[in-house]
Design a protein around this ligand. Structure first.
Ligand SMILES: Cc1cc2nc3c(=O)[nH]c(=O)nc-3n(C[C@H](O)[C@H](O)[C@H](O)COP(=O)(O)OP(=O)(O)OC[C@H]3O[C@@H](n4cnc5c(N)ncnc54)[C@H](O)[C@@H]3O)c2cc1C
Length: 397
């Protein structure tokens, strides 16, 4: 792989959940795939969880990547959504879909580690260094790493996350918007059993979610607070933080206690002007980043991976060059509309409910029609769960 003469089919830069999934699936499908990833080990559990939709679980299962050793999922049976007043309530049950569950909550670090392990076990070239430079030519692409290696391939897949150096090197512009919010994440001990229900309360300065963990009395907190508020929360002791959380979230799950450390993530929306170009494709957070309120980042990235795998496999069966523009454009066309729609929908919901009003008033305030929007809102969250298309995005915006 380090020799200048050898040309791989595909080089993937970045092996988070999306890159590792692609690496495994494309190798299994007969492509010669090399990976460049900045992580020096497989890492382990993180403070943050991810909600995997039913669609993602189906995709992973089709790829032989679900269930995953080392990842203990908590089944998601319902979503309970509250507005700030507590009077506006919406509940979405798996029974509405005729399904056993709406998806699963997993520890994000363990998910990544398990996918990396599966991908690496296939024995393809794997360089644990940062990718730093890219040169594209008519016949191929060359990635330069921090340690001075050069990897050549016919197609480059940039899966190196939101701060993608590769995207920058390729000169792809992004539209970016800072929410002025920071997600505060922590494990929380719950007074009442969660019964598989994910709670989300829309507060004045952002949504506060408690997602079920495998232990019936533990929940994963994702509290999107205004930056100033997040700074204040950061300075609090665990006991004071738990009191602030209890005030904000309410008593729905009994007394709340913080377990372990807290983590903080500034929230940003971004979207790449294009996902593909000569001999390259962007996937996952390198291409798009959405507000976590609908728990969709990894799901959109895995959907990118699913589409790209299908597109490349079909190109291979026709003996078409995987780096050809026609092949890559098919991937971009299919994914861009859905990703953009989710970005706009989550942004709209985040804005609409940062008020002290009930659902109905907030919906009206956002210029939407209540009768039309409540079913659409339901369809949106069900779509986010992966069973239907998130219709709010197409029909209401
Ligand atoms: C608070 C919070 C909660 C979230 N909750 C959910 C949720 O419930 N459900 C959901 O679907 N999504 C959720 N998301 C979003 C989700 O975490 C991301 O969308 C997802 O992790 C993106 O995956 P990725 O593989 O594209 O990128 P990343 O996870 O960022 O992985 C990028 C990889 O590239 C590597 N890398 C970076 N730079 C280089 C380089 N120059 N060279 C080589 N390697 C490089 C990194 O080491 C890493 O391995 C949440 C996000 C946040 C912030």
């Amino acid at each position: 792989m380090t020799g200048r003469q050898h040309v791989l089919d595909i080089v993937i830069v970045g092996a988070g959940a999306v890159g590792a999934c692609l690496s495994h699936a494309l190798t299994v499908r007969g492509f010669e795939v090399g990976v460049v990833d900045a992580q020096t080990g497989d890492e382990g559990a993180s403070i943050r969880t991810s909600a995997l939709s039913r669609a993602s679980l189906r995709h992973l299962s089709d790829l032989g990547l679900w269930p995953l050793e080392g990842v203990e999922p908590a089944a998601l049976s319902a979503l309970q959504i509250l507005d700030r007043s507590g009077r506006g309530r919406l509940r979405f049950d798996s029974a509405d879909l005729g399904e056993e569950d709406l998806g699963a909550i997993v520890n994000h670090g363990l998910l990544e580690a398990a996918l990396r392990k599966k991908a690496r076990a296939l024995g393809g070239p794997w360089v644990r260094e940062r990718g730093e430079g890219v040169v594209i030519s008519d016949s191929g692409v060359e990635v330069a790493t921090k340690g001075g290696r050069r990897i050549r391939a016919r197609l480059l897949i940039a899966a190196d996350g939101a701060q993608s150096v590769i995207r920058e090197q390729l000169g792809v512009p992004i539209l970016q918007y800072r929410y002025g919010q920071t997600a505060v994440c922590a494990d929380i001990r719950l007074g009442n059993a969660h019964e598989g229900v994910a709670w989300q309360r829309f507060l004045a300065n952002g949504p506060c979610a408690l997602l079920p963990l495998p232990d019936a009395h533990r929940g994963s907190l994702i509290w999107s607070a205004a930056d100033q508020e997040a700074l204040r929360l950061r300075a609090l002791s665990d006991a004071d933080f738990a009191r602030a959380l209890q005030d904000a979230f309410g008593d729905h799950l009994g007394p709340l206690h913080v377990e372990g450390e807290r983590a903080y993530f500034p929230l940003v929306a971004s979207h790449a002007r294009h996902y593909t170009g000569p001999r390259f494709a962007l996937v996952g957070d390198a291409a798009h980043r959405v507000h976590p309120l609908a728990g969709q980042g990894v799901n959109l990235g895995l959907a990118d991976a699913h589409t790209l795998i299908r597109t490349l496999q079909s190109a291979r069966s026709r003996s078409t060059d995987p780096g050809s523009r026609r092949v890559l454009r098919a991937y971009e066309r299919e994914r861009k509309a859905e990703n953009l729609a989710m970005l706009v929908a989550t942004d709209l919901l985040n804005r609409a409910f940062r008020t002290d009003r009930t659902w109905a008033r907030a919906i009206l305030g956002a210029g939407l029609n209540v009768t039309d929007t409540l079913p659409l809102l339901k369809a949106f969250f069900m779509g986010a769960a992966g069973a239907t298309t998130p219709r709010l995005t197409h029909d209401a915006l």
